[in-house]
Design a binder for this molecule. Structure first.
Ligand code: 5GP
Ligand code: ZN
Length: 116
């Protein structure tokens, strides 16, 4: 828990979040400024800023994030249609919130909308 971190505050209920999924290692919320009809954030419960800070044991977080993403896309009904997973890292990567998270974008054809 980082007391200055938005995502840590959402995790403990200090700031409201629209939760889609939660397990012992992760939680998934809707992005407050969605860039697609489905825009989720898959967030590890532990506060880690980015993968450059990882030690060996932290890599289990990555599998937990993918497990949560799999559950969340099934809940949202986009598992078969397809979606995009994005992890921004650091300043040049466009990371605004310094708590590791994975974006799940879907619900529309992303290529047709000029998003890659
Ligand atoms: P980043 O640029 O760090 O990869 O993505 C941060 C994301 O967090 C942005 O898409 C932004 O809209 C979202 N975000 C920022 N503050 C909040 C918040 O308080 N609640 C939620 N649900 N999303 C937030
Ligand atoms: Zn945090």
């Amino acid at each position: 828990m980082d007391s200055n971190c938005i995502f840590c505050k959402i995790n403990v209920g200090e700031i409201p979040g629209d939760f889609v999924y939660r397990d012992s290692d992760t939680f998934v919320i809707r992005d407050i400024a969605p860039k697609a009809p489905v825009h989720l954030l898959v967030i590890p419960t532990v506060h880690v800023e980015r993968i450059a800070e990882f030690c060996c044991e932290d890599f289990s977080i990555v599998s937990a994030m993918f497990r949560a993403a799999k559950e969340a896309v099934q809940i949202e009904g986009i598992a078969e249609r397809g979606y995009r997973l994005i992890i921004n890292q650091g300043e040049e990567g466009g990371q605004e919130v310094p708590h590791l998270h994975m974006h799940v974008l879907g619900g529309m054809h992303l290529r047709a909308m000029g998003m890659g």
